[in-house]
Design a protein around this ligand. Structure first.
Ligand code: NDP
Length: 292
C-alpha cells in the first residue's frame, strides 16, 4: 500500500513525463516537429557523462530530439564559445545546456552568459535569473522547479507557510528561496547557510524544511517540527558490500525524521527524478515559443 507520508518523486516525474510526451506527440501530429534539446559536454568527467546520457534517454522517452556536442578536456574556450554561437543561431535547437563543471582553463561564467536566454533551459543566464527575481515568466533552474512541482502535486499548501531552506547555492538554495517567496507562491522564507547561528532554532520553526546542505544525513529529528514537510535535496553515494558496491543517502536522516514529518521525500526517489523531467518541461516550453 502506498505510504501517504512519502512524496514519491519517481511517480510524480513519471506523470509529468507522460504529460510532456502527450504534448510532444501533438506537436509532431500538427507538423510543428519535436522539441530538440542539445547538451555541450567538455571533457570526460564520469558523473557529467552519466548525467548527459540520462538526459538523452529521458528526451527519447518523451519523443524529443536530443544531441550532444562533445569536446575533449583540452578544448579551448574559443572552441566552446564557437559551439555556443552555433547553437544560439541554429533554429533546429530549441534549448541546450552546458554540462558543468567545465575544465578549469575555461571561464564558466563567460560560457554560461553567452547562452541565448531564450534557449537557456537550465535557467542559468543573468537574464533568466533576473526575470525569476522579478517573478516574471522565465526558465527556472531544474532542481528548484522540480521541488516546487513536488510540493504542488503532493497537495502541500505553500502560501503563508514558513519555509526554511538550508543551503544558498546558486543552483538550489537561492533559487528555491526566491521562487517560493514570490507573489503567487507566497511563502515566508528563511535561508540558512554555514554562517547561520543557532540553525536548529530556525529549522524547528519550519512548516516546510528544504535541505540542500551537501552533508550526509545532516538533519536529525530534533531539528524538525512535528508535522513538518521535509524535502531532501542531497545525494551521497555511500560505499557498502552490496552488489552495486554503494547505496544512496540524502542530507536528512530519513529514518529519524520520517517519524516526525507529515510528508517527506526519500533519497533516492524524491527530488532526484524531478530534475531531469524539469529540464524536459523547460525544453517543451522553449519549443512552444521557438516553433510558433
Ligand atoms: P553546495 O555545496 O553548493 O551548497 C551547500 C550549501 O550548504 C552552502 O550554501 C553552504 O553554506 C551550506 N552549508 C554547508 N554546511 C552548512 C552547515 N553546517 N550549516 C548550514 N549550512 C551549511 O551544494 P548544492 O546546493 O549544489 O547541493 C546540495 C546537495 O544537493 C548536494 O548533496 C548535492 O549533491 C545535491 N544536489 C542534488 C540535486 C538533485 O537533482 N537531487 C541537484 C543538485 C544538487 P555556504 O554558502 O556558507 O558555504
Amino acid at each position: 500500500m502506498a505510504d501517504d507520508k512519502i512524496i514519491d518523486g519517481k511517480l510524480i516525474a513519471e506523470t509529468m513525463k507522460k504529460e510532456i510526451a502527450a504534448e510532444v506527440a501533438e506537436m509532431i501530429d500538427k507538423g510543428i516537429g519535436a522539441p530538440h534539446l542539445a547538451a555541450v559536454l567538455v571533457g570526460d568527467d564520469e558523473a557529467s557523462l552519466t548525467y548527459v546520457t540520462s538526459k538523452e534517454k529521458a528526451c527519447h522517452k518523451v519523443g524529443m530530439i536530443s544531441s550532444v556536442y562533445k569536446l575533449s578536456s583540452n578544448a579551448t574556450e574559443e572552441e566552446v564559445l564557437n559551439i555556443i554561437d552555433f547553437l544560439n543561431k541554429d533554429d533546429e535547437i530549441d534549448g541546450y545546456i552546458v554540462q558543468l563543471p567545465l575544465p578549469e582553463h575555461i571561464n564558466e561564467t563567460k560560457v554560461i552568459q553567452s547562452i541565448n536566454p531564450n534557449k537557456d533551459v537550465d535557467g542559468f543566464t543573468l537574464c533568466n535569473i533576473g526575470l525569476m527575481q522579478l517573478g516574471e515568466p522565465c526558465y527556472h533552474p531544474a532542481t528548484p522547479f522540480g521541488i516546487k512541482e513536488l510540493l504542488k502535486r503532493s497537495g502541500v499548501e505553500i502560501a503563508g507557510k514558513h519555509v526554511v531552506v538550508i543551503g544558498r547555492s546558486n543552483i538550489v538554495g537561492t533559487p528555491i528561496s526566491v521562487m517560493l517567496s514570490r507573489k503567487g507562491t507566497d511563502a515566508t522564507v528563511t535561508i540558512c547557510h554555514s554562517k547561520t547561528q543557532n540553525l536548529k532554532e530556525l529549522t524547528v520553526q519550519a512548516d516546510i524544511l528544504i535541505v540542500a546542505v551537501g552533508q550526509v544525513e545532516f538533519v536529525k529529528a530534533d531539528m524538525v517540527k512535528e508535522g513538518a514537510v521535509v524535502i531532501d535535496v542531497g545525494i551521497h553515494r555511500i560505499k557498502d558490500n552490496s552488489e552495486k558496491g554503494y547505496h544512496i543517502v540524502g542530507d536528512v536522516d530519513f529514518k529519524e525524521v520520517y517519524k516526525k514529518a507529515s510528508k517527506i521525500t526519500p533519497v533516492p526517489g524524491g527530488v532526484g527524478p524531478m530534475t531531469i523531467v524539469s529540464l524536459l518541461y523547460n525544453t517543451l516550453k522553449a519549443a512552444k515559443s521557438n516553433k510558433k
